[in-house]
Write a protein that binds this ligand. Structure first.
Ligand code: PMP
Ligand code: GLU
Length: 393
């Protein structure tokens, strides 16, 4: 008997998590590795959030199951947060809380996909989307974007791949891995196209608070009532509040879809860990000062490291506007070093330069590598210096 299902045999491991694990294993062996793999802030969770969590443990509130779809107080906090940052106020039945944005993405796909349904994904895309769609018997339909159009998809490209099976389009702005941020007119065009053709918009807004150098995050769901009704927003506290380990995500959308996702939550994870929910309430509506401090730190790192990376022979980089990744095109660098495969090139950088980054292959990009700058400036400068030495050697 074959033990494993066809489904799991066809799945890829998350390349980001795998790259992070590999770097950690090499470091544990005593190797001198600089880690630019995982997209997670190097800051610890702000004190006020830690204290709210500790209080919920000490006063006994965190001991118990909560309502599967999330504590009413947390939904209220999400709602207040939305009023401030999205300009509209979702009701409790518009909100479901879950174990990380990642699991809620999965719950969305499980809730809407029938076998063979198509979800349009602009490439480069975050690594987990395609596999999650396939795990739910859907078909990812990739639309290529490149440096020439700032990695942004156009309505013409979407229309060219739309079929009767098109169920949803994925929009991740600011984007992981490219850091690009869509502008209002671009979003309006995509939003109106989706409404016209009854295509759901999956808006992964997880980097919305992390935009730099004057760029503005405009939530597509805030553009019009019709677009909002067509959209399921995924967000969470991992990135903006330095809370990746707490695993808090939330989704905001139409009640029917939210109820379906809540049903999936109730039959899989039950509620998100209670202590994390209490922490998230403080994150979303408590003092927001630390978010700005961290945002400024990321901006400074970007502005320092971007020009240095541009000087690495063979690296061509579009300057990101948000998130915390650089996504250089290394086609010329690969040619210079005699590589044709970007994963082999990424491995060589790890082995020979001691810099751990993520191959673009998992993001649907065969000429790029991803470097996370959610780490301290000294490490970043040293890493870029090592890349330069590697390329010049
Ligand atoms: N979406 C994107 C684009 C991401 O980069 C991440 C990173 N983990 C997630 C969703 C998931 O976030 P989390 O599960 O930590 O809330
Ligand atoms: N989203 C982060 C990244 O892209 C964390 C890893 C993951 O969840 O895959 O690195």
């Amino acid at each position: 008997m074959t033990v494993l299902s066809q489904r799991v045999l066809e799945m890829e491991e998350s390349v980001t998590l795998a790259a992070g694990a590999r770097a950690k294993a090499l470091k544990a062996e005593g190797r001198d590795i600089l880690e630019l793999t995982l997209g997670q802030p190097d800051f610890v969770t702000p004190k006020n959030i830690q204290e709210a969590a500790i209080a919920s443990i000490e006063n006994g509130k965190a001991s118990f199951y909560t309502i599967a779809s999330g504590l009413p107080e947390l939904k209220d906090a999400v709602s207040q947060h939305f009023e401030q940052f999205y300009g509209y106020k979702p009701a409790p039945n518009n909100i479901v809380v879950g174990t990380g944005a990642k699991f809620l993405l999965y719950a969305f796909f499980a809730a809407v996909i029938n076998p063979g349904d198509e979800v349009i994904i602009p490439t480069p895309y975050w690594v987990s989307y395609a596999d999650q769609i396939k795990m739910n018997e859907g078909c990812p339909v990739f639309v290529t974007t490149t440096e020439e159009n700032d990695f942004k998809v156009t309505v013409d490209q979407l229309e060219a791949v739309r079929t009767e099976k098109t169920k949803a389009i994925l929009l991740n702005s600011p984007s992981n891995p490219t850091g690009m941020v869509y502008e209002r007119a671009e979003l309006e065009a995509i939003g109106n196209w989706a409404v016209e053709h009854d295509v759901l918009i999956l808006a992964d807004d997880i980097y919305g608070r992390l935009v730099y150098n004057g760029a503005e995050f405009i939530p597509i769901s805030s553009l019009s009532e019709a677009i909002r009704k067509q959209t399921l927003v995924i967000n969470g506290v991992s990135k903006a509040y330095a809370m990746t380990g707490w695993r808090v995500g939330y989704a905001v959308g139409e009640p029917e879809l939210i109820a379906a996702m809540a049903k999936i939550v109730s039959q899989t994870t039950s509620n998100l860990t209670a202590v994390s929910q209490y922490a998230a309430i403080e994150a979303l509506i408590g003092d927001q000062g630390s978010v700005e401090e961290m945002r400024i730190a990321f901006e400074e790192r970007l502005n320092t490291i971007y020009p240095l990376l541009c000087e690495v022979p063979g690296f061509e980089v579009v300057k990101p506007q948000g998130a915390f990744y650089l996504f250089p095109n290394v086609k010329k660098a690969m040619e210079m070093k005699g590589y044709t495969d970007v994963t082999a090139f990424t491995d060589a950088i790890l082995e020979e330069a001691g810099v751990a980054c993520v191959t673009g292959a998992g993001f649907g990009a065969s000429e790029n590598i991803r470097l996370s700058y959610a780490t301290d400036l000294d490490t970043l400068k040293e890493a870029v210096q090592r890349l330069k030495t590697f390329m010049e050697g």
